[in-house]
Design a protein around this ligand. Structure first.
Ligand SMILES: NC(=O)c1ccc[n+]([C@@H]2O[C@H](COP(=O)([O-])OP(=O)(O)OC[C@H]3O[C@@H](n4cnc5c(N)ncnc54)[C@H](OP(=O)(O)O)[C@@H]3O)[C@@H](O)[C@H]2O)c1
Length: 279
């Protein structure tokens, strides 16, 4: 397998894992940026960045937990500076649509003098199977605010294929690529689709954002996570610029973006939405 000197930061996460897999399918073994990789990469330990970046030409960056959190801009600034110093030629940054803080991070990469792409994503389908919406689905009780807001949920496999493509194809250099799903869909629609595909009865409750936040606090979810989720609901979800379908996935991949139904059919087959039965 050819080594292209590509570092995938967040290479064990929702998008990074798939970017790495996509590169391997194209015959390229990337270096994985993870606290458990060797060399390790830890956002909280800048010393670890040097070994992880050593000899690397291109990087995929998914920041954890979110580019909107305090400290993200400084981390992206330091990483971008160090990457350039160490001879990295190109950076592909995963960003979020309609996040002012994320746009500040995008600008750092765009002004860096390196080749770049910004892959600006709407909310991921995989939030329902690999992240914070999985637990309510497993419990059968889904209580969410903003139940009628239209969201172009996008599939992490599509994001990863776009990211791997632009990492390797320099004709896209300098572009902001907006990755959304092919349709606008509400939380209510989603819960119905998951209920049908997983053949489970799911109850949906439309609650206020205040009730949702209060519920998270009562469940003793860490304050920074509660802050982030409240921010995403109050600033990102309600932003009209985010309630749009963009066809950049089709433009780059030459095929349609995956629908939520297609994702749900595959995910239901995997069994992840089947609650564990205790005998
Ligand atoms: N979810 C959405 O709907 C959405 C929408 C738009 C944009 N985004 C953006 O997507 C990005 C997250 O990407 P993702 O969902 O692909 O990743 P993810 O699944 O949230 O993140 C997990 C990855 O982060 C790594 N990680 C966690 N803590 C770390 C640390 N201290 N140092 C180094 N690595 C660490 C994990 O590696 P190890 O545990 O192996 O170390 C793993 O590879 C965020 O910046 C967010 O703004 C998300």
């Amino acid at each position: 397998m050819k080594t292209e000197n590509i570092l995938v930061i967040g290479g064990t996460g929702k998008t990074g894992r798939r970017v790495a897999e996509d590169l391997r399918n194209r015959g390229i073994e990337p270096r994985i940026g993870s606290r458990n990789a060797s060399p390790g990469f830890d956002w909280d330990d800048k010393d670890s960045w040097i070994d992880a970046l050593n000899g690397i030409e291109k990087i995929y960056v998914s920041y954890y937990p979110d580019l909107a959190v305090p400290g993200a801009k400084e981390a992206i600034e330091s990483l971008t500076y160090l990457a350039k110093e160490l001879g990295v030629k190109k950076m592909v940054l995963l960003s979020g649509k309609g996040e002012t803080e994320a746009e500040a991070c995008e600008k750092i990469v765009m002004d860096s003098g390196m080749d770049y792409n910004i892959v600006r994503a709407s909310w991921f389908n995989q939030n329902w199977s690999e992240s914070f919406f999985l637990e309510p689905i497993l419990s059968g009780e889904v209580a969410l605010p903003l139940s009628d807001v239209l969201i172009p949920f996008v599939d992490a496999n599509d994001i990863a294929e776009v990211a791997a493509t632009v990492l390797l194809d320099d004709t896209y250099n300098g572009e902001i690529i907006e990755v959304t799903g092919p349709e606008l869909i509400t939380f209510k629609d989603i819960v119905n689709i998951i209920s049908e595909t997983s053949k489970r009865d799911l109850n949906f409750y439309d609650i206020t954002l205040e009730q949702y936040v209060e519920g998270m606090k009562q469940m003793e979810i860490p304050v920074d996570v509660v802050w982030l989720i409240e921010y995403l609901f109050s600033h990102v979800l309600t932003n009209p610029n985010n309630q749009l379908v963009v066809n950049d996935i089709e433009r780059v991949l030459g095929r349609k973006a995956k629908t939520f139904l297609e994702y749900a059919q595959e995910t239901a087959t995997s069994g992840i939405w089947s609650p564990i039965r205790v005998k």
